[in-house]
Design a protein around this ligand. Structure first.
Ligand code: SF4
Length: 215
């Protein structure tokens, strides 16, 4: 997710509904839902802050496929297009696949930033359905054990931590690049152990992020 700002409400003059597509650097980010399976204490949304890098992301409803595509316009100029808002994109799994397919038909590099809980939530292994649609998946591992994960992320389903690890472990069979992330500086988090788990147990690359920054 992009870097947060201190602003807590919509910037003056912006519409009440948040941005569906927003550019940061040379990447375009897609915000397709407000919904989450987790309530992460470190997430700006949990503190009521819906503005990241000057983009107001509080959606008043889930956008349709046509609205998402219209918000993207031409994907060609962007280095990558990333499913990532202040919500979990895989909770709109059919829409996610539909938009990803549209993007791949236009030659875009597509990344999915996710909590890694889609298979748990949808009750089936969803990873094969992402083959050919997603080039890079970035999964929030968040912690080195279930106790800390539950403490910081408050999942609304049992078994979330193990499901997230399974998702990371198996993602590489269907998606070319798999990255696990965790926040350095978050209380109790052993970032070196997170990296060891990601690399040695799950076969993923580790990307360290920093507590207080989203991005
Ligand atoms: S899953 Fe992502 S968007 Fe949802 S609460 Fe956690 S950090 Fe925020």
């Amino acid at each position: 997710m992009p870097e947060r700002t201190e602003q807590m409400t919509a910037p003056e003059g912006e519409e009440a509904s948040g941005s569906i597509a927003y550019q940061i650097g040379d990447a375009l980010y897609l915000n397709i839902t407000n919904a989450c399976t987790l309530v992460c204490e470190f997430c700006p949304k949990t503190q009521g802050d819906w503005v990241v890098k000057g983009h107001y992301l509080d959606l008043d409803r889930n956008p349709s496929f046509d609205e998402v595509v219209a918000a993207i316009g031409d994907p060609e100029p962007y280095r990558e297009v990333v499913f990532c808002g202040l919500g979990e994109p895989t909770l709109r799994f059919d829409m996610l696949k539909q938009v990803a397919r549209w993007l791949k038909e236009r030659g875009a590099v597509v990344r999915l930033n996710t909590d890694g809980l889609a298979s748990l939530v949808h009750g089936r292994d969803v990873l094969p359905e992402l083959a050919g649609l997603i080039d890079v998946v970035s999964v929030s591992l968040n912690a080195q054990n279930e106790e800390l994960y539950n403490h910081h992320c408050q999942p609304n389903r049992a078994g979330a931590y193990d499901a997230c690890k399974d998702f990371i472990r198996e993602a590489g069979e269907h998606i070319p690049e798999v990255v696990a992330t965790a926040l350095e500086g978050l209380p109790g988090i052993d970032i070196d152990e997170c990296q060891r788990i990601a690399e040695e147990e799950l076969g993923a690359r580790m990307r360290r992020r920093f507590y207080g920054r989203v991005g």
